[in-house]
Design a protein around this ligand. Structure first.
Ligand code: ACO
Length: 317
């Protein structure tokens, strides 16, 4: 027993920031950002919190699924930008929905939602849950150094959610970690301990772009190829590829290396940028609501990011 998807939802804050808006205060241009990343705009929080984004996405997914808050057996949220060290985003959403189940957050950076789906599959396999709400939510804008043009132009805020029920839709998965605190690194606030002698590093996302790029192309291609073979499918049998939306050039490189028609790769990075753990469930929700998904379709989801981490899974819709 694993799970099937009963409903999806997503939410982005209303404030749209275009590349030209960024060029007004950064040494960058719409042309550079579009050509090097595929991004035209992103949504950025003004007054909204990560919990607000998560809650709105959850409400949309719950409405589509028809599942009531009191039926939920667990809520999980993947995030690196929760509003509090405690309570977790999942706990805040639990309270707002009026649910009474356990709730917790999980951190695997941009791969977080896929690590979370695998965790969810374990709860279903043990018969511990019948209905589960899973969310990826990020207010990455608060982790960015807005003077650093090599990072702040590529991210955006948003949330995506799924309601899961008992079923056999989770067919195969792979999770990988390659511990590295240098390539992608976001230091935390050091606190005010009178005994602390550690230096405060800038608490923003630091990223070695080209190293991340190489890791991403390898991880995406390698994970997907291995996973599809492990699941016993020919690559051409995959109906939809849901890649983490980090850079259109990473997705294009994966397209060239896989035997899957390019039009089956789902892309929304042009409108939202990289929303980290929210990226994959936002794309799935967009695809679901477009009406293009059919029961029985095979979806290959793949992500990579801080940790370093990468993950992939195959879902039967
Ligand atoms: N506007 C204009 N110029 C820029 C900008 C910008 N926004 N950013 C960098 N540049 C300049 C650099 O300064 C450099 O100039 P120089 O040649 O004079 O030194 C030049 O552009 C080229 O810089 P590169 O870093 O080589 O640019 P690249 O083509 O690699 O693109 C990017 C940078 C977009 C960050 C790319 O490397 C990338 O997408 N990497 C992967 C990021 C990713 O996937 N992250 C996911 C994980 S994040 C997480 O888990 C939280």
């Amino acid at each position: 027993m694993s799970f099937c998807v009963l409903g999806t939802g997503s939410y982005v804050p209303p404030k749209v920031v275009t590349n030209d808006d960024l060029a007004a205060f950064l040494e960058t241009s719409d042309e550079w950002i579009r050509e090097r990343t595929g991004i035209r705009q992103r949504h950025v929080c003004e007054t909204e919190s990560t919990c607000d984004l998560a809650y709105e996405a959850a409400v949309a997914a719950m409405a589509q699924s028809g599942v009531k808050a009191e039926e939920l057996d667990m809520i999980l949220c993947a995030t690196i930008s929760g509003d509090f060290a405690t309570p977790s985003v999942a706990c805040v959403v639990q309270k707002r929905l009026g649910a009474i189940c356990p709730a917790m957050d999980l951190n695997a950076a941009c791969s977080g939602f896929l690590f979370l789906l695998d965790t969810a599959a374990g709860f279903f396999a043990r018969g511990r849950v019948k209905k589960m709400l899973v969310i990826g939510a990020e207010r990455i804008s608060r982790l960015l150094d807005w003077d650093d043009r090599s990072t702040c132009v590529i991210f955006g805020d948003g949330a995506g959610a799924m309601v899961l029920g008992e079923g056999d839709g989770y067919l195969a998965s792979q999770l990988h970690s390659k511990g590295d605190d240098d390539v992608i690194r976001t230091p935390v606030f050091e606190g005010k301990s009178p005994f602390n002698r550690r230096e405060q590093e800038n608490p923003y996302i630091h990223m070695k772009g080209q190293e991340t790029f190489r890791f991403a192309v390898n991880a995406m291609t390698h994970d997907l190829k291995n996973l599809i073979a492990q699941a016993g499918f020919a690559e051409e049998k995959i109906d939809w590829v849901i890649p983490h939306q980090a850079n259109i050039r990473i997705i294009d490189a994966a397209k060239k290396r896989l035997h899957i028609p390019p039009e089956r790769f789902c892309v929304n990075i042009d409108r939202y940028g990289n929303t980290s753990a929210a990226s994959i469930p936002m794309v799935v929700d967009e695809l679901n609501r477009s009406g293009k998904l059919n029961r029985g379709d095979l979806l290959a989801l793949c992500a990579f990011g801080g940790g370093l981490s990468s993950a992939a899974c195959i879902l039967r819709w």
